[in-house]
Design a protein around this ligand. Structure first.
Ligand code: PLP
Length: 431
């Protein structure tokens, strides 16, 4: 078979394949990847890019990692998949054991889902079933904050930012959930009770209809890349308990060390009733997510003989579970925290150099997350081309130019990534 020429790939792709949030009539060009290695994305045209995105938060150990490759090969030789109804297997059990061990102690029960969005659906269904089983079926709405992002499926969309979220055209068909202002207290700022007063009032007024509060602890991801005070989460935990509402922590982006703690809830020292994990769970090798619940939630759902109503075809996929086990062990074996802190200090040093550049609104860094917020939305095609021409992979969203590199990035590579990023932003803003 003839290997199709690179421009044929690009052409076919452009005409027939949807990419995330793209038009079929007028798509932006997609670069063709030949292979990836460590922190590098290699394009078919021979160019090598330093990856600033970790393929959307997930590739924490870098691409083509020998340890993860071995785990995948070994599992592949046993079974790639087997159904989870009525059957179980070592990779799922080992992964559940690990997740239970490293997350807050009360989270003891694991549901394996196939993507982050599905794990959010599962979390919300758990909360609703919990109250149903307790004889309170009217507690079936979600309360959340603005600027959230929880995924693209219908339930998840219903708790994403309703205004500048990606889903406003579906407003009429989505569940009517309750929104309050996004946390306004900056990460290090002095706490003031006024920061949570809207949330408190919403709980006081509506708690009899609310099943759960769902929130991304400490860092709001795709809905605005906002970083806020852990004290907010601490108070939110107290308020949820006070008003008999479950707390769902969506740690799909923040989990597995990204913020400088293994899980962002640790910044506040709290335990949510339900926790969603995804993205970095397999080190970015394949899709897998998990929803963890406390024994109170699990037993509540199963009260009066109830069963939890969800079970996807590829639930607990052994190949994904085996790689996840290897990825988490690899993370824990290394001094991941020192690596993340080092990334944080280099990003602080290099990104803040453009703080006063005209057109830059704000710069935020926490753990291995670096955000440059601009005054105006970028021309994606233009700035993307500028990044690629200079050898880095950065994928902005609206006004946000942000990076979350693989933890294995070297000091030299990170300096190149951040210095090139600021150089491109300066250049772009002066155009
Ligand atoms: C990415 C993300 C999701 C959705 O996960 P998918 O795997 O894309 O479905 C949900 N919540 C948060 C916080 C995320 O960052």
């Amino acid at each position: 078979m003839n290997k199709p020429a690179s421009d044929r790939i690009t052409e076919f792709d452009k005409r027939h394949i949807w990419h995330p949030y793209t038009s079929m009539m007028n798509p932006l060009p997609a670069f063709t990847v030949e292979s990836c290695e460590g922190v590098y994305i290699k394009l078919e045209d021979g160019r090598k890019l330093i990856d600033g995105m970790s393929s959307w938060w997930s590739v924490i150990h870098g691409y083509n990692n020998p340890v993860l490759n071995r785990a995948a090969h070994e599992q592949l030789d046993k079974m790639s998949h087997v159904m989870f109804g009525g059957l179980t297997h070592r990779p799922a059990v080992e992964l559940a054991e690990l997740l239970i061990k490293i997350t807050p102690e009360k989270l003891q029960h694991v549901f394996f889902a196939d993507s982050g969005s599905v794990s959010v659906e599962v979390a919300m269904k758990m909360a609703i079933q919990y109250w149903h089983a307790k004889g309170k079926p009217e507690k079936n709405r979600m309360l959340t904050v603005m600027n959230g992002y929880h995924g693209d499926t219908f339930g998840a969309m219903s708790v994403c930012d309703p205004v500048n979220g990606m889903h406003s055209m579906f407003e009429g068909v989505l569940a009517k959930n309750i929104f309050v202002e996004a946390p306004q207290c900056k990460f290090d700022a002095q706490w003031n009770e006024k920061y949570i007063s809207q949330m408190k009032n919403a709980l006081a007024e509506n708690h009899e209809q609310i099943a759960a509060v769902i929130i991304e602890p400490v860092v709001q991801g795709a809905g605005g890349m906002r970083i806020y005070s852990p004290h907010y989460i601490k108070r939110l935990r107290e308020l949820c308990s006070e008003f008999n509402v479950l707390l769902i922590a969506d740690e799909i982006a923040t989990g597995f060390g990204r913020t400088g703690k293994l899980f962002a809830c640790e910044w506040a020292g709290i335990t949510p009733d339900i926790m969603c994990l995804g993205k970095a769970i397999t080190g970015g090798y394949m899709t897998l997510a998990a929803t963890l619940a406390t024994t109170d939630v699990a037993e509540g759902i199963s009260g009066n003989g109830g069963v939890f109503m969800h079970g996807p075809t590829f639930m607990g996929n052994p190949l994904a579970c085996a790689v996840a086990v290897a990825s988490i062990r690899l993370l824990l074996e290394e001094d991941w925290q020192a690596r993340v802190l080092k990334i944080e200090s280099i990003m602080k040093e290099n990104l803040f150099t453009i703080k006063t550049v005209l057109g830059v609104r704000d710069i935020r860094v926490l753990g291995a997350i670096g955000v440059v917020e601009l005054e105006n939305s970028v021309d994606m095609a233009e700035i993307q081309r500028m990044f690629v021409d200079k050898g880095i992979w950065v994928r902005p969203y609206g006004r946000l130019v942000y990076i979350m590199p693989p933890f294995i990035i070297s000091e030299k590579e990170l300096n190149t990534l951040t210095e090139t990023m600021t150089e491109v932003i300066r250049e772009y803003l002066s155009l």
